[in-house]
Design a binder for this molecule. Structure first.
Ligand code: PRX
Length: 566
């Protein structure tokens, strides 16, 4: 029997108070995510239960119980306090998926600071933009990432501490501090900072069409949604061993790679390593993973190796599979049924929503290719593209919109109230995606309503890439758009007009690609550059990315007169 039982009954009798009561939260009282991920579970008798089964690409293994998480997160919290970091200040986690990332996250929240996780693949400019916007006080990192941090540090007056979790004997510079979790004096008792529902907790950066990345500010009350969706959608049960292969630099890796599962007292397995079919199957087999949360790009990569690759392993422990981040194509659902004996269940949500909002819950008939239905407690619809009125006609495409009344919706974009205000129309929160709803109430994703590029489930903002391109001496103007890709769904393609005196060539293309990889990240690197004489523009001079995108997708752009007048 699944945790959710009957979807229809849950929708009828739904109140977020169900989650509040299960977590023992009294409205108006204290709620601290860090405490809920550790101390509370120990108080409930789970101290000796395994919380984290960790492994890296070399096969090094470490195991932590919930009591270890409690004591070590206390140790982190006291360390931060002794440095003089105050509640409300931002501490960035700039690390690979090492245990210190997961446990440090809980420690940051316990002492009332804000956790700011960032991909360790970010290079100087991507990191700088986000640390500057957040006025980050401290960065928790590894030795191997120090060179990037050191490069940008002089530009970041707010950055007081760079904390290195594996410094060993490495020489550190002024303002760099070693913190070795394993050998630090363990702190048994710690008074958790009394955060309330609306106290900021996690700050995630996400990309939009215009401007630099936006800092999506979550609060401690988000736990109410993250706990219950983990229980009902991921169906986490006491004996489960759960694997979420997302990096916590991405909201999936925090909401469902740390908070939701641990708040449910679930044993989590973490593999600190990139994609590799055999390594992944071996990991599933070895840890007897029961619930797996993955993404369409990974599933498509696995599909390429076929079911023979699956048969080499005993994956009979798997009982529930979920996917997020991009459209889960029908073929992938059908293939997973054949390969693993069960379908992947699609889940749709965003950095801003903080939790799964539309999904195929266990027990619901899966229509391959559909995202499913709204989670109980989420009021969703699609709005007419022009009038912004709810569409009642089945099958008609509109904008996905949600009533902004669930616990984990972000409370704003940092330093960008206008950007946040634009997300609301007629009392609806607009996700920025298009979908239709069929006669049975299932949502069918159509595409994004903006120019953001979704590559392998990761959103990349065209503006950030274009700004970086303009820093290259040969680039006069540029546009970054999505180009379809069989595995990653989309990749970045850049159109570049060169400055006088520069000639297009394969060497220059490679040079510009590498320039972006080093400045931003491998994800943001264009996979192709097309050199053009000029770019299509509106009368006011704005580059019409949509025309270029349509060209890549072989779509008719139709009437561009409205764009021209922009
Ligand atoms: O466009 C949608 C796509 O990813 C966007 C959110 O990206 P991000 O904020 O990085 O969060 C990703 C993890 C929650 C959405 O606006 N997206 C997410 N899930 C799906 C999806 N597109 C289609 N189907 C999904 N299941």
């Amino acid at each position: 029997m699944s945790n959710i039982g009957s979807y229809a009954d849950r929708v009828k009798g739904f109140s977020w108070a169900i989650s509040e009561q299960e977590l023992g939260y009294q409205p108006g009282g204290i709620i601290n995510i860090g405490w809920h991920l550790s101390d509370r579970l120990c108080q409930k008798g789970l101290a000796a239960k395994k919380a984290l089964l960790w492994e890296d690409h070399q096969g090094t293994e470490k195991t932590f119980t919930f009591d270890d998480v409690r004591v070590l997160s206390n140790t982190f919290a006291v360390f931060f306090q002794k440095l003089g970091i105050e509640p409300g200040e931002r501490i960035c986690l700039f690390m690979d998926r090492v245990p210190e990332l997961y446990i440090g996250f809980a420690g940051i929240l316990k002492m009332g600071a804000i956790a700011q996780p960032l991909f360790s693949a970010f290079r100087e400019e991507s990191l700088d933009t986000r640390l500057e916007n957040a006025a980050t006080t401290a960065v928790l990192t590894q030795k191997k990432h120090l060179p990037v941090v050191r490069k940008i540090r002089p530009q970041l007056p707010h950055l007081k501490y760079v904390i290195v979790v594996d410094a060993g004997d490495a020489p550190l510079r002024e303002g760099e501090i070693a913190f070795d979790m394993d050998s630090a004096t363990r702190v048994e008792r710690f008074e958790v900072f009394p955060t309330k529902a609306e106290t900021p907790s996690v700050l995630h950066y996400t990309s939009g069409t215009t401007g630099q990345p936006k800092g999506a500010q979550h609060v401690h009350y988000s736990l109410i949604s993250q706990y219950l969706t983990s229980k009902w959608v991921l169906d986490l049960q006491p004996d489960d061993v759960y694997w979420c292969n997302a990096d916590p630099g991405w909201v999936t890796g925090t909401s469902y790679g740390i908070i939701g599962p641990w708040a449910n007292g679930t044993t989590q397995a973490v593999l600190d390593s990139g994609f590799n079919t055999d390594r992944w199957y071996a990991f599933l087999q070895k840890h007897r993973i029961t619930v797996w949360y993955s993404a369409p790009t990974a599933i498509r990569l696995l599909m390429r190796e076929g079911t023979d690759a699956v048969r080499k392993y005993d994956l009979s422990s798997l009982r529930h599979l979920c996917s997020v981040g991009e459209p889960l194509n029908a073929e992938a659902v059908i293939w997973s049924q054949e390969a693993f004996g069960r379908p992947f269940h699609d889940t749709y949500w965003q950095t801003e929503t903080g939790c799964i909002v539309i999904t195929n819950v266990p027990g619901m008939q899966v229509k391959p290719g559909s995202m499913g239905k709204p989670f109980p407690g989420i009021t969703a619809t699609v709005l007419d593209l022009r009038t912004h009125e709810p569409i009642t006609e089945p099958g008609k495409v509109g904008l996905i919109a949600l009533r902004p009344d669930w616990p984990s919706l972000i409370r704003g974009y940092r330093n960008n109230p206008d950007g946040f205000a634009k997300k609301f129309v007629n009392g609806w929160y607009i996700c920025g995606d298009r979908s239709s709803i069929d006669a049975d109430g299932y949502y069918w994703f159509v595409g994004r309503d903006d120019d953001v590029i979704n590559t392998g489930g990761h959103l990349v903002g065209p503006f950030e890439i274009e700004s970086a391109l303009l820093e290259h001496p040969a680039v006069a103007e540029s546009a970054a758009v999505a180009k379809p890709d069989p595995v990653n769904m989309e990749v970045v393609k850049a159109f570049v007009a060169l400055k006088p005196g520069f000639e297009s060539s394969d060497d220059l293309e490679l040079e510009i690609m590498n320039f972006i990889r080093k400045k931003l990240s491998p994800l943001a690197m264009p996979q192709e550059i097309e050199f053009v004489k000029s770019l299509p523009k509106t009368r006011s001079g704005k580059i019409m990315r949509r025309v270029l995108r349509a060209q890549e997708f072989g779509e008719l752009i139709g009437d561009i007169s409205t764009l021209e007048n922009d």
